[in-house]
Design a protein. Structure first.
Length: 421
C-alpha cells in the first residue's frame, strides 16, 4: 500500500496582546488557504492532513504571567476548529491532537478525522521560558506525536515548535542564545524503540517545524538607499528579494551557520514584511521600527541532506502573509507544506540528519530552570494583576493609587496615635 503524501498547514500570528479581540470571527483568509491552491495538489480540492496554529503575545502580559490564559486558549481552540471544518471544501472533520500554552505563546495542532487523527499516538506537549531568569515572556511551546505506519511499523514522528524570541535589532546575539536555550531545554521523553532512556531535543524527530515571531530584523547599512526608501523597496518582489542579503536570520542560518541547523524555509521575500504595521492599517508601516520579516516558518524532514539548507524534500506550496488582519502591528503568516512520500516502516524511527559539527545536547537542569521561571512568572504576574486591578486597567495608575493609599493610611495612623497620646 502506497500512502498519500501528508499535507501540513502551519499558521502563526503575533496578536499584539489583544486577547479575545485579536482575531476576527471569520478566519477563512488565514486558515483556509488551500481553497486557493489545492488545484496544484490534485484534481479535487484537498484539505490539509495536519493544521498547526501558533500564537505569540496571545493576551496582556500580566494575565499570561499569572497563568490566566486558559479561557482565551479554550476560546481560540473552539473558534479555530469550527472555522477549519466550516471552510473544508469536502466538509472534512478535524480533531484537536494537542494544545499547549505558556504565558503569551500558544500552539494548537489538529488532524483530519479520516486520516492521521485516528492513528496518532504518543502525544507529548512541552514548554520552556527563555526570558530573564527563565521567565516565560519569551520562550517556546512544542507538540510531538507519532503516526504509526500503515504496515504496522513504528512510523514517523512529527514535532511542532512555536517560539517567541527577544525583540529589537541590537539583540541579535540574545536571539541566538534564545534559540540554543530552547533546543537544550524544550525536552521530550525518549522515542519508542530508542536505546537511550534520557530526554530528547526537538531534533529527535522525523519531521520538524519551527515557527513564530522570531524577531530577526533587516540589518541595512545606515543611510543606505534601501533604508531611506524602504516602503518603495518593499513594494516590489524584485527589490524585496535583494533585501534577503540583509536578513539577520538568513545570514546566521545559511552563511554563518550559527543557528537553526538543518532548517529550511520558503521564499519569504515574495510577501511583504510582516512587521511593523500601523494598527488598523492593511498596508501602512509604522516607521518607528524598520520593517522586517520577524514572523517565520521553517521545516525539515529526515530525508533532507544535512550539509545544505538550499534544498528540501518538502514542497513549500504556499508561504504568505495576510494583510487584512489589522488589530496587531504584525500580519499573520501561513505556509502549506507537502511532505515526501512515507518510507516503508523501519525500526528504529527515521530521524533528522544534522551537520557533523552540530550535536544538540539536553540540559540536565532543564526542569529546574523551567519551574524557577514559572514561579517568577506567577509571582510577578499576580502582583502586576493586582496593581492593574487597583488602577482600573493601568498598572502604573495602580502603583500610584497604592502609593497614595499608603500615604493616606500612614497619615491617618499618625493622627490616631497623636490623638491617643
Amino acid at each position: 500500500m502506497v500512502e498519500e503524501r501528508v499535507l501540513v498547514q502551519i499558521a502563526s500570528y503575533n496578536t499584539n496582546l489583544q486577547g479575545e479581540r485579536g482575531l476576527p470571527q471569520d478566519l477563512v483568509d488565514w486558515l483556509a488557504p488551500t481553497l486557493r491552491v489545492s488545484s496544484f495538489l490534485a484534481r479535487d480540492q484537498r484539505t490539509p492532513d495536519i493544521v498547526a496554529v501558533g500564537f505569540q503575545e496571545l493576551l496582556p502580559l500580566h494575565l499570561g504571567l499569572s497563568g490566566l490564559s486558559k479561557p482565551v486558549i479554550e476560546s481560540r481552540n473552539s473558534l479555530i476548529l469550527s472555522e477549519i471544518q466550516e471552510h473544508a471544501p469536502n466538509k472534512e472533520n478535524y480533531s484537536l491532537i494537542a494544545k499547549v500554552g505558556n504565558v503569551g505563546v500558544a500552539l494548537f495542532v489538529y488532524a483530519r478525522d479520516d486520516g492521521i487523527a485516528r492513528r496518532v499516538c504518543d502525544v507529548q506537549t512541552q514548554w520552556t521560558g527563555c526570558g530573564p531568569v527563565y521567565m516565560g515572556n519569551k520562550g517556546a511551546v512544542g507538540v510531538r506525536f507519532r503516526v504509526p505506519g500503515a504496515d504496522g511499523g513504528l512510523g514517523e514522528v512529527y514535532t511542532f515548535i512555536c517560539a517567541h524570541l527577544v525583540a529589537h535589532t541590537r539583540y541579535l546575539e540574545w536571539r541566538k542564545r534564545n534559540f540554543h536555550y530552547i533546543v537544550s531545554n524544550l525536552l521530550f521523553p525518549p522515542l519508542p524503540g530508542a536505546t537511550s532512556k534520557g530526554p530528547t531535543t526537538m531534533y529527535s524527530t522525523s519531521h520538524l517545524f519551527f515557527f513564530g515571531d522570531l524577531n530577526f530584523r533587516l540589518a541595512l547599512p545606515p543611510g543606505s538607499e534601501q533604508a531611506a526608501n524602504i516602503c518603495h523597496t518593499l513594494a516590489h518582489e524584485d527589490t524585496r528579494r535583494m533585501l534577503k542579503e540583509y536578513d539577520q536570520l538568513t545570514i546566521e542560518r545559511d552563511v554563518k551557520r550559527s543557528i537553526f541547523a538543518g532548517l529550511r524555509e520558503g521564499e519569504f521575500w515574495k510577501f511583504k514584511c510582516s512587521y511593523k504595521y500601523k494598527l488598523g492599517q492593511a498596508d501602512r508601516y509604522d516607521l518607528k521600527r524598520m520593517p522586517a520579516w520577524t514572523d517565520r516558518i521553517m521545516y525539515t524532514t529526515y530525508s533532507d541532506p544535512p550539509d545544505t539548507t538550499a534544498e528540501s524534500n518538502i514542497d513549500n506550496i504556499l508561504y504568505t502573509s495576510i494583510p487584512s488582519y489589522t488589530t496587531s502591528d504584525h500580519k499573520p503568516i501561513v505556509s502549506l507544506l507537502l511532505l515526501p512520500p512515507p518510507q516503508p516502516s523501519t525500526t528504529p524511527i527515521p530521524l533528522l540528519r544534522l551537520p557533523p559539527h552540530y550535536v544538540p545536547v539536553p540540559d540536565r537542569l532543564a526542569t529546574v530552570k523551567k519551574y524557577i521561571g514559572r514561579t517568577l512568572d506567577r509571582l510577578i504576574g499576580y502582583i502586576w494583576w493586582i496593581f492593574t486591578l487597583v488602577g482600573a486597567g493601568s498598572a502604573i495608575l495602580g502603583i500610584g493609587n497604592f502609593i497614595v493609599g499608603l500615604g493616606i493610611w500612614s497619615w491617618f495612623k499618625s493622627k490616631v496615635q497623636g490623638t491617643s497620646a
